[in-house]
Write a protein that binds this ligand. Structure first.
Ligand code: FES
Ligand SMILES: [Fe+2]
Length: 406
């Protein structure tokens, strides 16, 4: 049972005075992975164009004809629309006439997708159904000029897209996280929080801050630092670059947690859980809340951090005061991280900085980097920028504790 194993691991982590026997010293992560345009271009091409990434929540397209634009993927304007058959689909927002955006509003609802340039009209399943003065095109096959589809799959109310037509199904991509997230009852939750900010730092700089708790006593002394015991943290490296971190709440008795509360599932109730779905989604779960944090590259030294929070349905009326206060607290925590990031990037850019030195507690970051190189292909990573793959033997096994002595 995963819960028991996690509690045992937390006890082990809390009690240890040394890194686990046999855990390797990780070589530094070359700084150029955060500053060089050629590496960034490879990430866009091989990571972001070929991964399942979260594109929204079904609440945003509640009825047939409801649509939203998803433009967070560099160079890929994507339109997400709910069909008459209730299926949510994604297409490039690119008219097959002369390439204009079919839809210009961020979101809306329509009877037909009518291009705002010359009024070519598409049905919600992408079929081209009407062309003004069609006879003037001569030999013309409407069927061949439907909107170009983008892979789109829903996991319990969360919309994911993948630009790679040959990608494996989302559920395979998610691996063990698909089951772990199912314990939260995600499909019954409502969106109760949104936040977004453009930050002058590489997307990984921002993501890294959410993949460890080594920094919480210093950077978040009055907030997360007071809530969590950073040393009582266990981390699961999962296949595909994904990972999980469970941290003991300060003073909590994980063996005798009170009953009740949400998210259900002992792991969620008794520890602070956060998972990373590689490449760019991190979800910290807390009592009554899950925050989907997305890290979107905008340039080698610029990203957007976008957060969508979900929680239990609160019925009609405004969000209960306690939840609103928790969300406000989350704003403060985010800002503590954000205010640190631009200065880090400036320092990375200086050239004086050669690379990042990670410790055992920061191994999730190294694991993400290993996966980036696997996606790009080792032979294509520019000279001097590769990370040495070494954490595979430390990937979580499903049959028991990983570390000797636990
Ligand atoms: S570009 Fe869309 S109708 Fe002309
Ligand atoms: Fe932080």
């Amino acid at each position: 049972m995963i819960d028991e194993r996690i509690f045992a691991e937390i006890r082990y982590e809390r009690g240890r005075n040394d890194a686990p026997p046999g855990f390797p010293s990780m070589p530094e992560i070359p700084g150029g992975r955060y500053t060089r345009q050629d590496f960034f271009d490879l990430e866009v091409e091989h990571v972001f164009r070929k991964s399942w990434v979260m594109a929204g929540h079904v609440e945003e397209v509640p009825a047939p004809g409801a649509y939203k634009l998803f433009t967070k993927l560099l160079g890929a304007p994507i339109l997400i629309v709910r069909g008459r058959d209730d299926v949510v689909r994604a297409f490039y927002n690119t008219c097959r006439h002369r390439g204009a955006p079919v839809v210009k509003d961020e979101a809306g609802r329509c009877n037909v997708l009518r291009c705002q340039y010359h009024s070519w009209a598409y049905d919600f399943d992408g079929r081209l159904i009407q062309v003004p003065d069609e006879h003037d095109f001569g030999d013309f096959d409407k069927e061949a000029r439907g909107l170009i589809p983008v892979r789109c799959e829903i996991y319990r109310g969360v919309i994911f897209v993948n630009q790679d037509p040959d990608a494996a199904p989302l559920i395979d991509w998610m691996g063990p996280l698909a089951e772990e997230w199912s314990w939260t009852g995600l499909e019954t939750l409502r969106v109760d929080y949104r936040w977004s900010r453009i930050i002058d730092c590489n997307w990984k700089c921002a993501l890294d801050a959410f993949q460890e708790v080594y920094h919480i006593n210093t950077l978040h002394g009055a907030t997360v630092g007071a809530m969590l015991e950073y040393k009582a943290a266990t981390m699961g490296l999962l296949p595909g670059g994904h990972s999980r971190m469970c941290v003991r709440y300060t003073g909590a008795d994980i063996d005798n947690a009170p009953e009740g509360g949400w998210p259900p599932g002992e792991m969620y109730r008794r520890t602070s859980v956060a998972q990373t779905l590689w490449p760019c989604l991190n979800i910290p779960w807390g009592p009554g809340t899950g925050k989907f944090i997305l890290f979107w590259p905008r340039g080698v030294a610029e990203c957007e951090v976008e957060v969508l929070g979900v929680g239990e349905d609160w019925g009609d009326g405004p969000l209960p005061a306690e939840r609103a206060a928790n969300n406000e607290q989350f704003d403060n925590i985010l800002m503590e991280d954000v205010l640190n990031l631009e200065a880090i990037q400036a320092s990375l850019n200086s050239g004086a900085f050669t690379g990042m030195m990670l410790n055992y507690q920061e191994r999730r970051i190294y694991w993400s980097h290993e996966q980036i190189d696997r996606a790009i292909g080792a032979a294509q990573v520019p000279e001097g920028l590769a990370v040495t793959p070494m954490l595979e033997p430390w990937v979580e096994r499903m049959d028991g504790p990983q570390v000797p002595g636990r």
